[in-house]
Design a protein around this ligand. Structure first.
Ligand SMILES: [Fe+2]
Length: 200
């Protein structure tokens, strides 16, 4: 049976009531794989445009208290984002094409303004229907890279949107770090005078 966004969100909320560890995150990922079989999700979301880590995005769901956030992010061919953090755990599922995550561990304590020491810890190749987790800090720093010749798309689910004023961008080579001006799904919705969105 085809999964709806509404059903996915109900399942994810029910899973999170039992906890928010890796076991629960993977269970949410299994539901995302089912939802990813639909090919019409971009038409069910509200377009919020480019963020600081993608070339376009749609919100599929966000509760008024900024919890249960489901987005669809798109990456143009050749697009490589700045490394950034999320500050919270994230479950992602590939939808179209392949997004390559370059993953980093932050080695410094963040106390020196404008500075971050990052160590590369590997790559994740997220193709259609494959699920991966972004853990909490300090292992949450990553970049999105579309190395293919067609668009890549992925779903992102967050239990709740973090404080977006703490979002950072990084240059792993020069070790520079600076605050992002991206204000997330809630910021994009606020510009449209919306506090929430519920995809069907
Ligand atoms: Fe990201």
């Amino acid at each position: 049976m085809e999964c709806t966004i509404k059903q996915f969100i109900a399942d994810a909320k029910s899973i999170m009531k039992k906890g928010e560890g890796v076991e629960q995150q993977m269970a949410i990922g299994e539901r995302m794989k089912v939802l990813a079989k639909r090919d019409d999700l971009d038409r069910l979301g509200k377009r919020i445009g480019a963020g600081d880590g993608c070339t376009d995005a749609w919100v599929l769901h966000m509760e008024p208290d900024k919890s249960a956030v489901l987005c669809l992010a798109q990456f143009d061919p050749g697009y490589c984002s700045q490394a950034h953090n999320h500050g919270v755990w994230v479950v992602a599922c590939g939808y179209r094409g392949t997004d390559t995550w370059k993953m980093y561990e932050r080695l410094d304590d963040g106390s020196r303004p404008g500075y971050a020491d990052l160590r590369g810890i590997g790559e994740v190749h997220l193709g259609p229907g494959s699920v991966s987790l972004i853990p909490d800090a300090p292992f949450d720093v990553h970049s999105h890279n579309n190395l293919g010749s067609r668009d890549s798309w992925e779903f992102v689910f967050l239990g709740r949107e973090p404080d977006m004023t703490k979002r950072m961008l990084f240059d792993p080579v020069t070790k520079k770090a600076w605050r992002s001006d991206f204000r997330g799904v809630s910021g994009a919705l606020e510009k449209m005078n919306l506090k929430s969105f519920a995809g069907k």
